[in-house]
Every structure is written in structure tokens, then in C-alpha cells.
Design a protein around this ligand. Structure first.
Ligand SMILES: [Zn+2]
Length: 67
């Protein structure tokens, strides 16, 4: 039974994260707010850049979507 509850909670959490992401996205893409650091490896980047290179962006997107 706990498996079902955990699954529902996981889905609710995912929906919430998607809703938050959608609210932040004005262009419909995965675009979290720039923090001045690469979202993948925390290397310093200049906003509005959010990743230090395309590899980091792809890696980050794969990881965030895979949850
Ligand atoms: Zn990086």
C-alpha cells in the first residue's frame, strides 16, 4: 500500500515542479532563472546564461526531466 502512496506523492511532486517551471517559463522551454552559476556544475557564468556550455545544459535537462 505504501508503494501506491509513494507513487502518488511522487507524481504530485512532479506535477508541482512542472507547474512551477511552467510559471517561470515565458518561452515554453526549460528555462530556470539564471543564478550566475552553471546549473549543472556551478561554474560561474554570466546571466542570462544558465550553463557554462551546451553539454552542461543537455546534461542538466536530461537529469531534471528524468526525475
Ligand atoms: Zn557547467
Amino acid at each position: 500500500m505504501s508503494d501506491i502512496i509513494d507513487d502518488a506523492n511522487g507524481r504530485a511532486q512532479l506535477d508541482l515542479e512542472r507547474a512551477i517551471a511552467a510559471a517561470r517559463n515565458s518561452n515554453g522551454l526549460d528555462s530556470p532563472e539564471p543564478t550566475g552559476e552553471c546549473l549543472n556544475c556551478q561554474a560561474p557564468v554570466i546571466p542570462p546564461a544558465r550553463w557554462c556550455d551546451p553539454d552542461c545544459q543537455q546534461d542538466w535537462q536530461l537529469r531534471t526531466r528524468g526525475r
